[in-house]
Design a protein around this ligand. Structure first.
Ligand SMILES: C[S@@+](CC[C@H](N)C(=O)[O-])C[C@H]1O[C@@H](n2cnc3c(N)ncnc32)[C@H](O)[C@@H]1O
Length: 220
């Protein structure tokens, strides 16, 4: 098995863990200002011309809502019910018309070719099966529809890669399934989109293992 294939394989499915899910919802809620500082400009640019109805995978407590146009409709695929209350509060704050679907992105209950844009930030690191999620994204997007993403990824550089491998298991435990070393760029590139543009960059800041990141747009 090649390294890429190894990194792209689904991880063993996790059972939901109420305490870690609650903790993660609280953590991302408290980190909102920090993520805004680190990723705000990038999100603003990527989300600038989204259509009025958008599907978001793993919305969490709503870290991306402030970058959507007021009055947008957001269908949030978010299986962590502990995040829903804050997500609703943020939707009201940023005047987003919100529908929460308590389901997993590996199996989205929306019709095929019914969506113009899907967004996701820091989610393909956490889902059980990124390739299955991307199949679903491809299925629900209309031809020409956009998948817009920001993800942290496995590093190709030796010291960072070693750090990510060292921390892989405790990080995954603490952050409710988050994998530090996924080759998400390769998984997106292999997902059958007509056009894929990916930028690799370094986030910087205090969370060193998630410095290697990608952002971009894939067109169905
Ligand atoms: C690291 S958090 C990111 C939250 C938010 N997108 C942000 O940028 O702050 C990952 C989110 O993905 C959600 N998630 C985990 N597994 C998922 C799945 N299979 N389908 C959809 N969302 C999932 C988690 O509940 C969590 O809200």
């Amino acid at each position: 098995m090649t390294e890429t294939a190894q990194l792209a394989r689904p991880d063993r499915a996790r059972r939901p863990h109420p305490i870690r899910e609650w903790g993660n919802a609280k953590f991302f809620q408290s980190m909102d200002w920090y993520m805004h500082r680190r990723l705000g400009a990038r999100k603003r640019a990527l989300f600038a011309d989204l259509p009025p109805r958008v599907v978001e995978l793993g919305s969490g407590t709503g870290a991306s809502l402030r970058y959507l146009a007021r009055g947008s409709r957001l269908v949030a695929i978010e299986p962590n019910s502990h995040a829903h209350k804050t997500l609703r509060r943020n939707a009201a704050r940023y005047r987003i018309d919100l529908e929460i679907r308590d389901e997993r992105a590996e199996s989205i209950g929306l019709p095929s070719a019914s969506v113009d844009a899907v967004i996701c930030t820091l989610v393909l690191c956490t889902v059980d099966d990124p390739a299955a999620v991307l199949d679903e994204v491809h299925r629900i997007l209309r031809p020409g529809g956009r998948f817009v993403f920001i993800e942290h990824v496995g590093s190709g550089r030796v010291p960072m890669r070693a750090l990510q491998r060292l921390l892989r298991r405790p990080w995954r435990y603490a952050f409710d399934g988050c994998c530090l070393d996924r080759d998400t760029a390769a998984t997106i590139a292999a997902a059958g989109f007509a056009d894929v543009r990916i930028e690799h960059y370094r986030l910087g800041g205090v969370f060193v293992p998630v410095w290697p990141q990608i952002s971009g747009v894939a067109v169905a």
